[in-house]
Design a protein around this ligand. Structure first.
Ligand code: GUN
Length: 293
């Protein structure tokens, strides 16, 4: 069994990105610039956005954090999105999800210019990804594919079972795993909350990507020997062991599934760090697609 070290790979990629930023600066170009809109004070979102901003700094990017209180209106957010779309000093931006219930999330996503949608959530980017055209691929699926690539995990002809059908992870990663590419070329089954006999399906899997947000859902009896397990879950559960009073739990019962696996990602330190570097890569790509000085 080998633990897939997402932190190590993410650090390597961050160093590569930093190199590239140095070369841009040497050529007289400015550093890539990512902006993030954060609404409210949800602990998870605060942590994610803080990590994104910190990673930008580590990679030599410029970053701008734009904060709103929970009572911001959809109209105010739309105006800000339009302003960022038209701001030539911003290469890409994200609106951290979830947004408060009174705001139409989809409307906000669709207002983002696809050229600056470094989260890859706009239907134009999702559609382009689905048919294999150049696009911004959303950060978590792109991070998973990169982990499989860097660990040279064979996916061709393998049965990949994806648990979860979210727009952010389950659906896009299923398409990427099935596409004619390396990594890719897998036979993909998507399971979700209405799937019957889910354990019968996971037991047939060569690769399992667990992205359903149910802590420790995948247990040892649900997997075959030698399975590759990618755990996307990041649920905060109360814990007496930590100062914060909570810890992150994945969708996989790690201690019992790991011994049966050939490769497995831990939580934290697996997919999470890769998500952020995917966002940096997309922002770098956005910065490079228009010549800027
Ligand atoms: N909420 C959970 N994951 C993400 C993400 O990748 N991007 C944004 N914008 N919000 C999220």
């Amino acid at each position: 069994m080998q633990i897939i070290d997402g932190k190590k790979i993410a650090d390597e990629i961050k160093a590569e990105i930093k190199e590239e930023v140095s070369r841009m600066l040497e050529k007289g170009q400015r550093a890539p610039h990512l902006a993030a809109i954060l609404v409210g004070h949800d602990g998870g979102s605060e942590t994610y956005v803080a990590n994104k901003v910190k990673s930008c700094e580590q990679a030599g990017f410029q970053s701008t954090l734009i904060r709103y209180e929970d009572d911001v209106t959809g109209e105010e957010l739309l105006q800000r999105v339009h302003q960022l779309n038209n701001d030539a000093s911003i290469d890409g931006f994200i609106v951290q999800l979830p947004l408060p219930k009174h705001i139409d999330e989809q409307k906000i996503i669709e207002a983002i210019s696809p050229d600056k949608d470094v989260d890859g959530f706009h239907p134009a980017n999702v559609g382009r990804m689905a048919i294999g055209l150049p696009c911004f691929v959303s950060a978590t699926p792109a991070g998973i594919i990169e982990l499989l690539r860097r660990y040279r995990i064979d996916t061709r002809g393998k049965h990949c079972v994806v648990l979860g059908r979210s727009n952010i992870v389950g659906k896009p990663v299923s398409l990427l795993m099935a596409q004619k590419a390396t990594p890719g070329d897998a036979t993909v089954t998507i399971c979700h909350s209405r799937t019957a006999n889910i354990a019968d399906i996971t037991r047939q899997a060569d690769i399992i990507i667990a992205a359903l947000g149910q802590p420790e859902f995948l247990t040892a009896d649900m997997v075959k020997e030698g399975v590759v397990v990618i755990d996307v879950g990041t649920t905060r559960v109360p814990s007496a062991e930590t100062k914060s009073g909570w810890k992150l739990k994945g969708d996989v019962k790690f201690d019992e599934v790991a011994p049966k696996s050939s490769y497995i990602t831990p939580v934290p330190g697996g997919v999470g760090p890769m998500t952020i570097v995917s966002l940096l890569r997309n922002t770098l790509q956005a910065a490079k697609t228009t010549v800027k000085s």
